[in-house]
Design a protein around this ligand. Structure first.
Ligand SMILES: Cc1nc2c(=O)[nH]c(=O)nc-2n(C[C@H](O)[C@H](O)[C@H](O)CO)c1C
Length: 153
């Protein structure tokens, strides 16, 4: 099994390093990493990881900024990532932390790390123990901030 990790220099924390550290805690799968400038460069980076590096699944890690043009960029990047998934028939787990989700730099740094680590665990489960993911179905999981939990009557 091979896991791809694509991250960006635009992000304000080393999301690729967090992902790799967390993946290594849960799997001995080979990991291939590539770093690109920004989120719009992630779709082709992920597609190349799948097609050329034979990755079974890819984490696409990025941080959209808070400006309007950043949000447009992020939407375009998401569409590209979805297209790459459909073209390759492989999951590309998009891990985006929007800069304005956090109230200050300290929270942003925490969120960039926490969301990346929690999605790394999802990636390992999806690849190696999908039945464990099914056990979590409908439980209101969130990556980073608190889980929402199941809705109650
Ligand atoms: C406006 C803009 N905003 C972001 C952003 O919020 N987050 C990010 O990761 N990258 C951004 N970029 C850069 C593009 O994603 C891309 O790297 C360049 O257009 C080069 O292809 C751009 C150009």
């Amino acid at each position: 099994m091979i896991i791809g990790v694509a991250d960006t220099t635009f992000a304000r924390a080393n999301m690729g390093a967090f992902a790799i550290d967390e993946l290594k805690r849960h799997t001995s799968a080979r990991i291939v990493r590539v770093t690109v400038p920004g989120v719009k460069d992630l779709p082709v980076a992920a597609k190349k990881l799948i097609e050329e590096e034979k990755c079974d699944i890819v984490m696409a890690l990025g941080m959209p900024g808070g400006k309007d043009q950043d949000k447009v960029c992020a939407h375009e990047a998401s569409q590209g990532i979805m297209m790459a998934q459909l073209m390759t028939n492989r999951h590309i787990i998009e891990v985006f932390v929007h800069e304005d989700e956090a109230k200050d730099d300290a929270e942003l740094a925490w969120l960039l790390e926490q969301r990346t680590r929690e999605h790394a665990v999802n990636v390992v489960l999806m690849l190696t123990r999908p039945q464990e993911m099914t056990k979590l179905a409908g439980t209101g999981q969130r990556q980073g901030f608190d889980d929402a939990g199941p809705a109650r009557r």
